[in-house]
Write a protein that binds this ligand. Structure first.
Ligand code: SAM
Length: 450
C-alpha cells in the first residue's frame, strides 16, 4: 500500500509539458495542410484517461476553437461523447457545454473537466486502501444478468471489493474519478473482445486467470493515469465554465446562445456502425450508471441514440427532398436493391431514420447559435449496400433550411481514432469493405435566423 501511495506522490510531482504537443502554424499554408495530426501525441491533459469510440483528436478540436472563437466565448458540442471539445474549451478559456445521452460519456467528461488538487488526490488514495482492507467483512458480491458469462468469479469478487470501496467516498468528484479509473479496467479484464465496440466473447480471455495483485495493479495503474491528468488539469486557471448535460440533442433546449457549435455525430445507426451502448454496457452495469431496474435500459441505449429506432417511415420521406446528396443516395438504393425484399426496404429506412434524427438535432440546436457564428461538423461518409452516403454534403444541405451556409470542407485521414475500419457494406457474409478512413470537417456559417 505504501509503495502504491509513494508511486502516486512521485507521479503527481513530475512535470509534463502538454503544450508542446500542439502544432504551431507559421504560415497559412501550414495551417491549411495540417488536418491529419499524424505525428501528434493525443494522450495529453485529461484527453485519454478513458477510451471512447470515435474521439476527436485534441489538436483538431483546438485548431477549430482557436480559429473560430475568442476567449470567454461559449462552445456547444451536441454529441459530446467523452468531452474532447469541452476539455479543449476549458484549457483555452472558453465556456463549454456538452450534451450526450450515454451516461458513461457523461461520467468520463465530468472527470476530464474536474480540477482536483494533488493533496486531495493523495489523501483520497490513502483512504481508498484503508477502506479496501476492511471491506471483506461486509462485502456484497455484485450480480447482474450474465455476469458469469463476462467475468470469471475471482474477478467478480475483487471488482466487488473495488466498487464497494469506491462507493464509500463521500465526495462526488473523487468518487467519479475512481469510477473512471475502475471503468478503464472493466472491459480489459472481462471476457469481452477488447477491439471493436460490440460485445463478442473472446474465448482466449476466458482462460486467463488473475490473482488479486494483478487486478489491483491494473487498477492502481489506472488511478495513476487518471489522478495525474486531473491534478495537472487543476493547474489551468481561468474563469471559464463547463456544463455537461445528459440529454437528447433532438430536443434538448439550452438556456443561452453560443458562439460555436463543434461536434461529431454518430456515423450512422448503431447496428452497423459504432454501438456506443454496447461499448459502455459492462462498465455501466458495474458502476450502476444505469439502474437495472429501468428495465432493459442498458440494452436499449443504442436504440435511444441517433438512428437507433427504425421509423416506420415512407422511403419517400420529405427529408430526402432537403438534400440532393441524400436524394441521390436513396434513389440509387431504390433502383439497385430488390424492393420486394423487406430487408432492403428496412435498410433504406435505417438510413433515412438516421438522417431524419440528424436533421432534427441540427434544427433544434442551430437555434442556439448566434448569427454570423459557425457550426462545425466532423463526419465520416459511409457506404451502405455499396452506395456512398456523403454525410458531409448531406449536413451542408440540411443545414441550409436552418440558416446555415457552407463555408468550406476540409478532409483528413483518420490515423488514430478508435473506429471500425472495415464493416459489411454489402451484407454478403464474410465480405467487408473499408469505410470511414477519411473524415470531413464541414464548416457552416449561420447567415440567417430562422
Ligand atoms: C462520435 S461520438 C462523439 C465523440 C466525441 N467527439 C469525443 O471526442 O469523445 C457521438 C456521440 O453522440 C452521442 N449521441 C448519439 N445520439 C445522441 C442524441 N440523440 N443526443 C445526444 N447524444 C447522442 C453518442 O452517445 C456518442 O457519445
Amino acid at each position: 500500500m505504501i509503495t502504491r501511495i509513494n508511486e502516486l506522490k512521485k507521479i503527481l510531482n513530475t512535470k509534463i509539458d502538454y503544450e508542446k504537443h500542439y502544432p504551431k502554424y507559421n504560415s497559412a499554408k501550414e495551417w491549411l495542410d495540417e488536418w491529419d495530426f499524424k505525428k501528434c501525441k493525443i494522450d495529453i491533459y485529461t484527453h485519454k484517461i478513458h477510451d471512447y469510440p470515435a474521439m476527436f483528436i485534441p489538436q483538431l478540436a483546438r485548431k477549430i476553437i482557436n480559429e473560430l472563437t475568442e476567449e470567454e466565448d461559449t462552445i456547444l458540442d451536441i454529441f459530446s461523447g467523452s468531452g474532447t471539445t469541452i476539455v479543449e474549451a476549458k484549457i483555452l478559456n472558453r465556456n463549454g457545454i456538452g450534451i450526450d445521452l450515454n451516461p458513461l460519456a457523461i461520467l468520463i467528461s465530468k472527470v476530464k473537466t474536474t480540477q482536483i488538487k494533488k493533496d486531495v488526490l493523495i489523501n483520497s488514495y490513502e483512504l481508498f486502501w484503508k477502506n479496501y482492507k476492511v471491506i471483506d467483512k461486509k462485502l456484497k458480491i455484485k450480480n447482474f444478468a450474465n455476469i458469469d458469462f463476462w467475468f470469471n468469479p475471482f474477478v467478480i469478487n475483487i471488482f466487488s471489493k473495488i466498487s464497494t470501496t469506491i462507493n464509500k467516498f463521500e465526495d462526488e468528484n473523487i468518487q467519479n474519478l475512481y469510477k473512471v479509473a475502475f471503468s478503464s479496467i472493466i472491459r480489459k479484464l472481462s471476457h469481452c473482445k477488447h477491439s471493436g465496440f460490440k460485445m463478442h466473447k473472446d474465448k482466449k480471455k476466458e482462460e486467463i486467470s488473475y490473482n488479486e495483485d494483478d487486478i489491483l495493479n491494473a487498477f492502481h495503474n489506472s488511478i495513476l493515469k487518471v489522478a495525474k491528468a486531473v491534478s495537472d488539469f487543476s493547474n489551468i486557471q481561468n474563469n471559464s465554465t463547463t456544463t455537461i448535460i445528459t440529454g437528447d440533442s433532438r430536443n434538448y433546449q439550452i438556456n443561452k446562445k453560443v458562439d460555436l457549435i463543434m461536434t461529431s455525430p454518430p456515423y450512422g445507426d448503431s447496428k452497423t456502425t459504432v454501438a456506443y451502448g454496447q461499448f459502455s454496457k459492462l462498465q455501466s452495469l458495474w458502476l450502476e450508471l444505469i439502474s437495472e431496474n429501468e428495465k432493459g435500459h442498458v440494452e436499449n441505449i443504442d436504440k435511444e441514440l441517433l438512428g437507433g429506432k427504425i421509423k416506420f417511415i415512407d422511403i419517400e420521406d420529405k427529408v430526402i427532398y432537403k438534400s440532393q446528396a441524400l436524394f441521390q443516395a436513396i434513389t440509387t438504393m431504390k433502383f439497385t436493391l430488390d424492393l420486394k425484399e423487406k430487408k432492403n426496404i428496412d435498410r433504406i429506412r435505417d438510413v433515412l431514420s438516421f438522417y431524419i434524427d440528424l436533421d432534427n438535432a441540427i434544427k433544434q440546436q442551430v437555434k442556439f447559435l448566434k448569427l454570423n457564428k459557425y457550426a462545425v461538423f466532423i463526419v465520416a461518409s459511409r457506404t451502405v449496400k455499396n452506395i456512398q452516403l456523403n454525410t458531409d454534403l448531406i449536413i451542408a444541405e440540411l443545414g441550409k433550411e436552418y440558416g446555415l451556409e457552407l463555408e468550406s470542407i476540409f478532409y483528413r485521414t483518420i490515423v488514430n481514432k478508435r473506429m471500425p475500419y472495415s464493416v459489411s457494406a454489402t451484407n454478403i457474409q464474410g465480405e467487408t469493405c473499408k469505410t470511414m478512413d477519411k473524415e470531413s470537417i464541414v464548416i457552416l456559417k449561420k447567415v440567417k435566423d430562422i
